[in-house]
Design a protein around this ligand. Structure first.
Ligand code: EPZ
Length: 434
């Protein structure tokens, strides 16, 4: 039987990255935007869409629900018309491959009065419950059920003849729960107030799109979101915001290779903590006419400490990449991860590359400055994979990274963009194309 050769990324340190690189549209913005198109029977158009495996999965999920989806990857454009909803129970395989499928629940509940989803899959960075999503739906008047299906999976469903606005306090500022509740409340009767919502830029982008569709949402991006429900929403066109996590990843690629890179089409006010922390290490960062210049050519850097917290704090999605960089900086750095309970799986892989990192629960201590060496390592999740690529860029010898499907989920043209900056990087199979 023909053995399936899984793609790998090979990285060969070719010195400092130099030049300009353009950031794509945000994965964590486009996924809820796509889900929001289920809220209307009219056509919606999204521009600036990144070419990612997760976008492909979300589009297939929308088609499963009965929407017509037209993808134009060359134009970074997707058109969706959910004229009618054929089913409101999500397809199991698609949900298992992507946790973000959960954000289809709010729109389906608001549009059809019912939504069901097998408990979501996605990255393996922690248990990732959905209790806050369900708390929001219940507050809006939905009945919640959890049934075991024949395969032993739990099917979670919410149903309500119609949703009534309510006050919802989120015990944790969950991004997905904020998005789901905002979308369900957009078509509820009366006013909904979300206390302690997530404040990420992706929340603001979703609120802007929903308001373009005719919703009345105020306060997105603050600690209090107010939604006045309306009877129906109409089609709209929207351009996805740039991906702040991709931008931060390229900032760290410049830092770890002691390079000088201009990152274009990014919004520096979306990465304030990352800029602050890189400056603490001694890296020069300045606004460029179309983005940000990261000049790490001085190479006399200091260690620093990072603690991940919900936006506007230091982003958990940049923690693995920053840890790889701190491994190359002389001195002792401490990393505390407060958002996910299991987001240190990259430590074992980085230590195989001669990093010196110890972990104790949610706290990691980095003894930085050792020269990293190439090794065969495995991407354990999306951002861990990116961190290993960055480490390979600074390591002596060749680094081979497997399980790179994680990287294809969240980075559009990662290998080709890095090669464009002078990185010695290839992959053994072409990148994921929709
Ligand atoms: C979003 O995930 C992002 N994904 C993640 O990015 C990001 O790391 C995360 O927000 C935090 O910023 C997308 O937007 C598609 P959460 P989400 O709900 O919504 C707990 C990447 O690398 N929680 O804010 O799943 C949960 O266990 C990905 O691009 C509950 O307890 O994150 C976790 O510890 C990884 N109950 C914490 O909140 C709930 O009902 C953060 O989860 C929901 C969440």
């Amino acid at each position: 039987m023909k053995e399936t050769i899984l793609p790998k990324i090979l990285v060969n340190n070719q010195g400092s990255l130099m030049g300009r690189v353009e950031v794509s549209g945000s994965k964590n913005a486009v996924l809820p935007l796509l889900a929001a198109t289920l809220l209307t029977d009219e056509t919606c158009v999204l521009d600036g869409v990144p070419n990612l495996r997760d976008v492909d999965v979300m589009c297939r999920l929308l088609e499963f629900f009965g929407a017509e989806v037209t993808m134009d990857p060359a134009a970074s454009r997707i058109e969706v018309r959910a004229g009618s909803i054929a089913t409101n129970i999500a397809q199991q395989d698609l949900v298992k491959s992507m946790r973000a499928s959960i954000v289809a629940m709010g729109p389906l509940l608001a549009r059809t009065g019912q939504a069901g989803i097998p408990l979501p899959g996605g990255c393996a960075i922690g248990e990732r419950p959905i209790d806050l999503h369900l708390k929001g739906f219940a507050a809006l008047g939905a009945e919640i059920r959890c049934d075991k299906d024949e395969s032993g999976d739990i099917l979670v469903s919410a149903s309500a003849s119609h949703l009534i606005g309510a006050e919802v306090y989120l015990d944790f500022a969950s991004v997905g729960a904020t998005e789901n509740i905002m979308m369900a409340a957009a078509l509820a009767e009366g006013t909904t107030v979300i206390e302690n919502p997530a404040q990420e830029p992706e929340i603001v982008d979703l609120a802007n799109f929903l308001n373009r569709m005719g919703a009345h949402i105020r306060g997105a991006g603050t600690d209090n979101i107010r939604i006045e429900g309306v009877s129906r929403l109409h089609g709209a066109e929207h351009t996805v915001i740039p991906d702040r996590i991709e931008a931060a990843t390229f900032m760290l690629a410049a830092a770890i290779t002691r390079g000088d890179v201009v990152i274009e089409n990014m919004l520096s006010n979306h990465v304030v903590p990352v800029i602050a922390k890189l400056k603490e290490c001694g890296i020069r960062i300045e606004e460029d006419y179309n983005g940000l210049r990261v000049d790490a050519t001085r190479n006399d850097f200091r260690a620093t400490n990072i603690k991940t917290i919900p936006y506007p704090g230091f982003p958990t999605d940049v923690q693995p990449q920053f840890m790889a960089f701190l491994s190359t900086v002389p001195g002792r750095s401490i990393v505390i991860e407060t958002v996910f309970e299991n987001r240190f799986m990259h430590i074992r892989e980085l230590n195989m590359m001669n990093a010196c990192i110890t972990e104790d629960g949610r706290r990691a201590v980095i003894k930085g400055g050792a020269k990293l060496t190439g090794a065969h390592v495995r991407a354990t999740d999306l951002r861990a994979g990116a961190a290993l690529v960055l480490a390979g860029l600074a390591a002596e010898g060749v680094t081979e990274i497997s399980d790179i499907y994680h990287i294809d989920r969240g980075y559009d043209g990662f290998v080709s963009k890095l090669a464009g900056l002078g990185a010695g990087i290839t992959r053994t199979k072409p990148e994921h194309k929709i």
